[in-house]
Design a protein around this ligand. Structure first.
Ligand SMILES: [Zn+2]
Ligand SMILES: [Zn+2]
Length: 257
């Protein structure tokens, strides 16, 4: 067996137990209705008889098409709306280190077991309480990583906050709808020009509504330090522009090499 198969088999075995407990603890089988909302990042379960509701914050992992027998990672899917999908890039990174092509190829042919397998691996690498799968009318299996339960008292606040975040998203040609990030005009995807950030960042990280990810080059940093901070003049040199968050981290990666 290849390294990957060994690893996947072990992880799947562990995950099976965890997932079983998760489903039992929340009595997920007792709910008749479920739906998910990309804007709010909530997966909702409804028990119509008891009129109870259960909400979870989720991250999209990916989907498996039963018709084309292909797997598609959420991070590779332009149609996937929110930045939470970027958190699954942790999995790709792990795949790069270990040389597991299943974790680094965005889209590939696979058998019916791939969905739970990759879900188990994602669960192993990202903090979560369980996972869930939905099969839609197009024979598409959609896999969700369940991050936490959102208490019924806070659901409305949670929805409002996430809708505000959605409104601020920009549409990148390469990556689709994403959170925006700010960079100086000198940063680009080819040259190493230094990378100074306003605060330590991580892809897909949680941000307050008013917090923005931003970075500038070494030259801009020099000027900024000389002037004791940003002012109208050095802001003109920086000429800050907005890029999508995925692009931002591609640029960061280039400058770290
Ligand atoms: Zn600059
Ligand atoms: Zn982009």
């Amino acid at each position: 067996m290849s390294n990957y198969s060994n690893y996947a088999t072990k992880i799947c075995k562990e995950f099976k137990e965890i997932q079983k407990e998760f489903v039992e603890d929340y009595e997920l089988d007792s709910y008749e209705e479920w739906y998910y909302d990309e804007e709010t990042t909530l997966l909702t379960f409804k028990n119509l008889e008891k009129s109870t509701e259960l909400n979870f914050k989720y991250i999209p992992i990916g989907s498996y098409s039963r018709s084309s027998k292909t797997w598609s990672w959420a991070w590779d899917n332009r149609d996937n709306l929110h930045e939470n999908k970027l958190q699954t890039l942790v999995v790709r990174k792990f795949g790069e280190t270990e040389n597991y092509s299943e974790l680094t190829n965005g889209y590939f042919e696979a058998d019916e077991f791939i969905g739970w397998e990759l879900t188990a691996i994602t669960y192993d690498l990202i903090d979560a309480i369980g996972a869930y799968r939905i099969v839609n009318d197009d024979n598409l299996e959609i896999y969700f990583l369940i991050i936490e339960e959102i208490d019924n008292d806070f659901v409305e606040d949670f929805k409002t906050e996430n809708k505000t975040k959605t409104a601020k998203r920009i549409d990148c040609e390469k990556h689709g709808k994403s959170r925006g990030a700010f960079i100086c005009q000198h940063l680009n995807k080819i040259d190493k020009v230094g990378f100074e950030e306003s605060f330590e960042t991580e892809i897909g990280m949680d941000l307050y509504v008013d917090d923005d990810i931003s970075a500038w080059c070494s030259k801009c940093e020099e000027v900024r330090l000389r002037d004791n901070g940003w002012n109208d003049e050095n802001m003109e040199i920086a000429n800050i522009k907005i890029v999508c968050e995925a692009c931002y981290f591609e640029i960061k990666e280039i400058n770290k090499k």
